[in-house]
Design a protein around this ligand. Structure first.
Ligand code: ATP
Ligand code: MG
Length: 279
């Protein structure tokens, strides 16, 4: 899984070096991979419980991808088992008027995890160097500044106890076409089809260029990017879950110790008599 982690300032060529069909060590082992995901979900559930109980660390999982690459599906598959208390998903859409009237990190900062929380970003601050760049919503001179601003923002978060894990779900143009057609053909999926996805798709290579540069400029020791092969859903879910579980394990979290000796309370409970009032 380490292979998918992007080193700081690593130059990347998405088309050449990252195969969306890759299975790593798991080629031909789908059944095992699916079983492993079930284990990882249970581990994630346990880790999230202790994260919440310990109330010290903060965890931020950030997901970016082209349409249909599976942002929603990954979130559902990976976080299926966790306790909804202490976890939330923040989705970033086209900024509202009030959001657009502030700096681009304003709405993002408002959603970052507090102590004990795990937050998933479905899209993120990175839209400001992706869609904004591709559609010329800001001049280059402006959006270029955002790489450093994002790095500084993420440094602030990690310096104050946040573990940040960033994932780019990497599908290819062909796979996206199949998935769009499947959405059109499947009544339960038609609601997900948006005609606007077609003109976006025409800008595929501009988006790839924007992703390459964004990932390269903002993969840091403290907030690394992972480029996840995402043509096969089960493998995509497995990679994301594995990376999150590994990172949370490293935090070496513990349930809080009781502040005082609890034996007396146990004795009291065992000996208690609670009388019923009245009849
Ligand atoms: P799905 O992938 O399931 O379609 P979605 O995340 O694409 O879900 P939509 O409502 O279809 O949800 O799209 C949200 C849109 O908001 C995206 O096109 C995204 O590029 C756009 N967006 C997000 N942040 C910004 C931003 N800062 N500036 C401009 N557009 C943004
Ligand atoms: Mg969309």
């Amino acid at each position: 899984m380490e292979d998918y982690r992007v080193k700081p300032h690593q130059k990347i060529d998405l088309a050449k070096d990252y195969d969306p069909n890759d299975y790593g060590e798991w080629k031909g082992k789908k059944a095992k991979g699916v079983a492993r995901l079930t284990e990882l979900r249970a581990e994630l559930d346990a880790l999230q419980q202790v994260l919440y109980a310990e109330h010290q660390h903060k965890a931020l999982v950030l997901i970016q991808a082209m349409d249909t690459a599976g942002k929603d599906g990954t979130i559902r598959a990976v976080f299926d088992g966790v306790n909804p208390q202490g976890v939330h998903v923040a989705s970033f859409k086209v900024p509202t008027q009030i959001e657009a009237d502030h700096d681009f990190l304003w709405r993002v900062h408002a959603q970052v995890p507090a102590k004990g929380e795990l937050v998933v970003f479905n899209r993120s601050q990175y839209e400001q160097v992706l869609v904004v760049r591709v559609h010329n919503l800001e001049p280059e001179k402006e959006w270029r500044k955002h790489y450093q601003q994002i790095n500084d923002f993420e440094k602030l978060l990690t310096d104050t106890g946040t573990t940040i894990l960033k994932f780019f779900l990497n599908i290819d143009l062909d796979e996206q076409k199949q998935r769009l057609i499947e959405r059109i053909d499947t009544p339960e999926k038609q609601w997900k089809f948006s005609p606007g996805d077609l003109p976006e798709r025409k800008l595929w290579w501009q988006y790839m260029e924007a992703y390459q540069e964004a990932i390269s400029q903002t993969s840091t020791e403290y907030a690394p990017w992972h480029i996840v092969p995402a043509n096969h859903n089960w493998y995509r879910n497995l990679v994301v879950a594995e990376v999150i579980v590994e990172a949370l394990k490293k935090l070496d979290m513990h349930y809080p110790q009781a502040a005082e000796d609890l034996d007396q309370y146990k004795k009291d409970l065992n000996e208690e008599v609670i009388e019923k009032k009245g009849n």
